[in-house]
Write a protein that binds this ligand. Sequence first.
Ligand SMILES: Cc1ncc(C[n+]2csc(CCOP(=O)(O)OP(=O)(O)O)c2C)c(N)n1
Length: 559
Amino acid sequence: MISLSGAELAVALLERQHVRIIAGIPGGANLPLYDALSRSSCIRHILTRHEQGAGFLTQGMARVTGAPAVCFATSGPGATNVLTAIADAKLDSVPLICVTGQVPRSLMGTDAFQEVDTYGMSIPLTKHNYLVRSARELLTVIPEAFSIAASGRPGPVLIDVPRDVQLERVGFAQWPEPGEVDPAPVAYDADIEAAAGMINAAKRPVLWVGGGAVAAGTQDRIKQLAETASMPVALTLMGLAAMDRDHPLCLGMLGMHAERGTNMVLEACDLILAAGVRFDDRATGRVQEFCPQAKIIHVDIDHSEIDKIRTASLGILADIRAVFDALLPRVTANPRGEWLEYIAALKRAFPPLAPTSGGHDTPQRLIRRVGELAPPDAVVVTDVGKHQMWTAQSYPFTRRTSWLTSGGLGTMGFGLPTAIGASMAAPTRKVVCFSGDGSLLMNIQEMATAAEQQADVTVVLFNNNCLGLVHQQQELFFNANCFSSTYSIEVDFPGIARAFGWHVRDLADASDPDAVLSEAMAHKGPSLVHVPVAREERVLPMVPPGAANRTMIEEVANV
Ligand SMILES: Cc1ncc(C[n+]2csc(CCOP(=O)(O)OP(=O)(O)O)c2C)c(N)n1
């Protein structure tokens, strides 16, 4: 008979799930868990400076590996602080497992010290959540949580464990099996046949892929399918690393800040093979006017996505990789010369605004240059704002890039802790984080965590001393009434980073910016590259929110 406390059991079950790093912050309600964790011989704890930082650091690990990763938070403020990272994981389908402490069962519902209804608050933000009522329940809850987080469409799971449950002793004869990924649904052969027939018959097909296709590991198959059928590939924000940016059939990103030609190609296509996309409004624009001439084949592992926004001509519920494997031998090679010529003409009429070579005179060219200096398998992270869209438009993504951005929730503050987590999970890979001054300040305390861990993270900070993307929207859509989007003091970011023990380089006074950038990129350990940027640097084109994707604003007069 094995006899353990609930806390010891929880830690042992996490070890059996091959968890090797947990990020978090201790407090009264999870101290038994921390006490048990201190005796683990294989799990390392990363003490962040804020629970939101712990949540995003954990997301960084989960996003880079595709496997569930775990964070801890205490009850009350610990739990409320981590909720943003959980919501973010839900919208971007990230297998985050959050274990929170709760007040003892006898105090629940009494407004006890640091009591909030973590279970209730997390229902709409998680894929699944648990309130554990006895230590014995942990034997089923923890393996099940790992299985749910990683199976089908991945997502966050929260496990709330009252303090007295952590202390309760439990005896059991046998360890449960670790939670595994459930088998994915399999497509009907008739649907694969029908999809292949539709692709073969199409004159102007487009392959449209998103985060789901990347999560399914379909990068090589996307290239094969595109090349066989001469089917150009449009990418959502989350799908940007699904194809080499410089491949001739890669159309880049569609939607609000697309390549202009890409949105026009989608206007003209007669078939879309949409794989692992969720028809998000930032991608489709006014959805009634999205791809007006196209039939839609929608492939997704989550049945709730099919027909959710646009009714598909053919919906296929299955693992995208298996679907592409089944499709490839049935798709006939076709040069589609007329279609590719039409696309080339569109590209000539609407030349890409993204640079094709790196430089230092604009943020976009600098991003391209950083990409040239980084290895092809770099982990590229962003915060949220103009810098995020510039990166999406200009970074030379390859099929080996890991691209970590807050696509669904659009959470400022995502970048730094996520980048630290990515470097913890992939210590041999280069991690670059493009950030803005507004975003960086939202989780800047995690610079201390990065210094402590000697995380190999290069943060490229585009400092325009304003909330740039909001400022741009006010310029465009609120008669340039730029209220509350500029700062009246200039924060000394290089000074702050130095105080946290970071390596710092400033392009403000660099006589040879390329040498400075190259040296910063070669540095091992946390490093900041400070890049002053004019407020007038805009993200263009821009489709006004709610408008059709063909309605692109291409220039703005300075105000
Ligand atoms: C937590 C959070 N609050 C508010 C917003 C709304 N918002 C979107 S972009 C943005 C400005 C971002 O500024 P900065 O990080 O400096 O980047 P820039 O746009 O200047 O590149 C704001 C406030 C958000 N996305 N996330």
